[in-house]
Design a protein around this ligand. Structure first.
Ligand SMILES: NC(=O)c1ccc[n+]([C@@H]2O[C@H](COP(=O)([O-])OP(=O)(O)OC[C@H]3O[C@@H](n4cnc5c(N)ncnc54)[C@H](OP(=O)(O)O)[C@@H]3O)[C@@H](O)[C@H]2O)c1
Length: 364
């Protein structure tokens, strides 16, 4: 069960060891070292971390994606990646109950199981901010009914070998269930100390608005954080009404597919390159004039900073107004070594760099 004592211990340790970044400030930016965030009784922000919505959770501006665990990274490789991520000073890991059910022979739960075994073997649960999700098809159940929230949470806790989830996401909206039912089920989990805060992934601005209204009108917990798809190519998942709502309501935002499934690393430049990864088939849609224009801009900014295109792509998300952190996955320590440099690069991006990237990314 999550208790405040646990959190104080972990943040005290994190404050001493945290990764130092000096990112330019955005609306959800971390408080200066030692400052207490206004309008909250929360602890002071650990250096370089950003507050998640109005909660007392602070995260570094890079979240590790867990959908590769049990898919393109086996257990040993996953452990190496997780070790490297925390060694580099980061703490927040994103997974979902259904990862990686799409792999032939898998049934879902593989990613959570690997993360649970890793945390158990390293004894580091209190130093990790753990994100998981429910609602995708698992064991013949799906959706956001109260019964499924309860069932899925218990199953995730078991696989993760923990008694609390830091951030629990509705993976997809479920229009067949009233928000009140889902939120009341989350309230029970929060009151039992099994979940700290909740989030909404793949919700439209209208769906988030309705859910926030349901929380306020019924004195239920609110979705404190969103998880849209967003990157230099896929802009419509967050630009516009969702960003405006997130800012107005002070919601945390972590973006998925921040590297466009690997396209923004620059390793796919032609159809011949698609065979480089099992993900190649999904990359084809980016190989067009706009996609190649974005890669050219990434190359140019990367050259200016002696960085890799992947760093620049993530740094652009990190400085993006209203975003708390990008999520990105890696299938090797070498790949991850590039990604962990992004928060530092974010502090160095110039106005000209951002303009170049925005021009390339603009829809014709
Ligand atoms: N909420 C949702 O509905 C949702 C949906 C999708 C994803 N997510 C979350 O977001 C996370 C990341 O999204 P994503 O899976 O779409 O992937 P992504 O972060 O956009 O791309 C990551 C992939 O790019 C490749 N890569 C990463 N760094 C690289 C480097 N330095 N050099 C070359 N290649 C590199 C790796 O794949 P290869 O080695 O195979 O090329 C890696 O798995 C997921 O793990 C998951 O946690 C959430």
């Amino acid at each position: 069960m999550y208790t405040r004592r646990t959190f104080l211990t972990s943040t005290a340790v994190a404050a001493l060891t945290t990764f130092l970044v000096g990112c330019s400030r955005s609306s959800n930016e971390e408080a200066p070292a030692g400052a207490t965030p206004a309008s909250s009784s929360a602890d002071p922000a650990p250096i370089g971390k950003r507050r998640v919505g109005r909660s007392d959770i602070f995260i570094s501006p890079l979240v590790l994606g867990g959908n590769v665990f049990g898919w393109t990274a086996d257990r040993d490789r996953s452990f190496e990646i997780l070790d490297r991520f925390v060694d580099a000073g980061f703490e927040t890991i994103d997974t979902a109950d259904a990862y990686s059910s799409w792999v032939p022979g898998n049934r879902g739960g593989e990613s959570e199981t690997i993360i649970g075994e890793w945390m158990r073997s390293r004894g580091n649960r209190d130093r990790i901010i753990l994100i998981t999700k429910l609602g995708s098809e698992m064991d013949g159940h799906k959706g956001l009914s109260a019964a499924n929230v309860q069932r899925a949470a218990e199953a995730s806790l078991k696989r993760l070998q923990t008694d609390y989830i830091d951030i629990y996401f509705s993976h997809f909206p479920d229009p067949s269930v009233p928000h009140e039912e889902t939120l009341a089920a989350y309230q029970k989990l929060i009151e039992a100390g099994k979940v700290r805060i909740i989030g909404a992934s793949n919700f439209s601005a209208e769906q988030v608005r309705d859910a926030l209204d349901a929380s306020a009108q019924n004195d239920l917990p609110r979705y404190e954080i969103l998880q849209p798809r967003y990157n230099l190519y896929d802009r419509d998942g967050f630009d516009g009404p969702l960003r405006e709502l997130a800012k107005a309501e002070e919601l945390g935002v972590i973006t998925y597919s921040s590297l466009a499934s690997g396209f923004l690393t620059g390793k796919y430049r032609s159809e011949a390159d698609l065979s480089q990864s099992q993900r190649g088939g999904g990359i084809k849609r980016y190989l067009n004039e706009r996609g190649l224009r974005i890669l050219a801009a990434l190359d140019e900014v990367a050259a200016r900073h002696n960085a890799a295109p992947a760093d620049v792509a993530l740094a652009w998300v990190i400085v993006n107004d209203g975003i708390t952190a990008p999520i990105a996955s890696a299938t090797s320590v070498e790949q991850l070594n590039e990604l962990v440099r992004a928060p530092t690069l974010a502090s160095k991006l110039t106005k000209e760099d951002i303009e170049l990237l925005e021009q390339a990314s603009a829809l014709a």
